[in-house]
Design a protein around this ligand. Sequence first.
Ligand code: M6R
Length: 620
Amino acid sequence: MCGIVGYVGFRSVSDLLVEGLHRLEYRGYDSAGIAILHEGKMSVRKKAGRVLELAGILQSQPILGHAGIGHTRWATHGAATDQNSHPHLGGNGEVAIVHNGVIENYDTLRKQLTALGYVFHSQTDTEVAAHLLAHNLEEQIILGGSASDIETCLKVVELTLEKLKGTYGLGIMFRDCPDTVIAARCGSPLVIGVGKDEYFLASDASPLVGYTKEVVYLSDHEVAVLQPTGLRIDHRKTGSVFPNVHVLEQVSADIELGDYEHYMLKEIFEQPQTVENAIRGRLDSEEATSVMGGLNLTAKDLRRIDRIVLTACGTSWHAGLVGEFLLEEFARVPTEVEYASELRYRNPPMTDRTLVFAITQSGETADTLAALRECKRKGHPTLAICNTVGSTIAREADGGIYLHAGPEIGVASTKAFTSQVTVLTLLALYLGRMRHMSYPAGRRIIGQLRDMPDKISKTLQCHDKVLEVADKYFRFNNFLYLGRLYNFPVALEGALKLKEISYIHAEGYPAAEMKHGPIALVDEQTPSVFVIPRGGIYPKVVSNMEEIKARRGPVIAIACEGDTDIARVADDVIYVPDVEEYLQPLVCAIPLQLLAYHVALLRGCNVDRPRNLAKSVTVE
Ligand code: M6R
């Protein structure tokens, strides 16, 4: 939610900030703006709408300079208007700030600052921080400080942060303190790119790609000063911090669209490769198990575990539900998947034998992070299944498993889901083989996993058929998604995909559960998408399908190739390769991702930037 960029150095900063904002636009696209400090003058350009609009304004009204901050917004307080766009100026323009997060006590602060004579130009929570900085600066100057002195500016920042309640990633510039960007973090991610005589600031590493591979991740309660001459970091409680420089693995091509029209489509088609990446180096045929180096727990530690809690949001929660079924089937460890937004405030009974996994693509989801911290605070071993290397959750967990799926840019999560399910399968195999799973069973699973990239490539051949189905159904306004056992989470995921990018009402249900209520929705205008590959209870799901047909509901089936019988019941069938039941989510999710994509396109929706959403939900 909201993307921040900043730069100090020798480059012309305007284009660089705009390019960075383009790369962060997946975090929010309600408005965009930049502030540039040049020869004692603070210039701001900002506009409601996409970064492209801002770029247009900068063409007609360019700003020169080598130090600046920028922001792309996902609105929390105040509508998506020019006035509410960041950067915000404090006082009479002595300070400019960009902010990602939520200042919870903004109303109180706003009243206090208004009483002091500060005039607010926006409805945002952020503007209070801007005015508070200006106010504290004024006070420090009265006490003998200097607006051009970095120590005074840091004191002002500290006094301001002391008053703020909530979460923030801040980029700050003081008008009279040249060539300086100050960053502060509490709950919202910030990364600093280290160059030669230049420093970059961003909400994640993507704007740094192509400029530097050396990064420093800012931790909560740290304040950084970026100047061309150097980087200084202080922890607000413990003092000076030695910058721990990491080398960025991401390569530029990862974030290019290539020949695809949208990131979502590109990412759907990357899945044979991303599933391969998730498996690579992690299968041990000799021992008939998987290799889980990053868990940082010994076999003895893991053998003690008698309960697993998986916590996540959205699509990652759906992957977690598949994980629950896998872990219980393969490892026989009682497992629950908890919504992170609930777990963070719930207090379920958990013993010292409970292992907690946070599942997250971004590694920055506020609720997932809070749930992880709460479990950690209680002393549970906390692990992460995460895609984004160096993200907050990846760093704060005691260990974990990376997806290696490459950056996922499309707001609708696709390849992260299949990678998460793959990694959870590896985990279930690992824990299973520590318990009662036999050597031949382990070998069989390894063989089946090795085949998955090919099976997913074959699945993608359904693309033309999906297009045909999308064309037939895109005008319908209500959909049911139904599946059982391993395909129930797939039904939930299919419904979420359709909702979030095409704004069609869709509900996912266990197929047999629909007769306990949702069947009342069924009529000629409510298609049901059945995820019905072959398996133990296939005939039962066919009966559920018949129940829908009996009520004249149109039926689309996702079925196994060769299943000609299903075509006699369903109106339309999309075939996927036949795989073991526990692997069906990996193939069945794909036609549902494609269906959502094409329906959204046919309805004229912005597939990669759906309304009201952002890729990383870094606010509560
Ligand atoms: O980055 P995370 O995996 O933690 O994100 C969790 C959800 O916000 C995310 O999966 C969201 O539901 C997606 N938009 C779904 O496509």
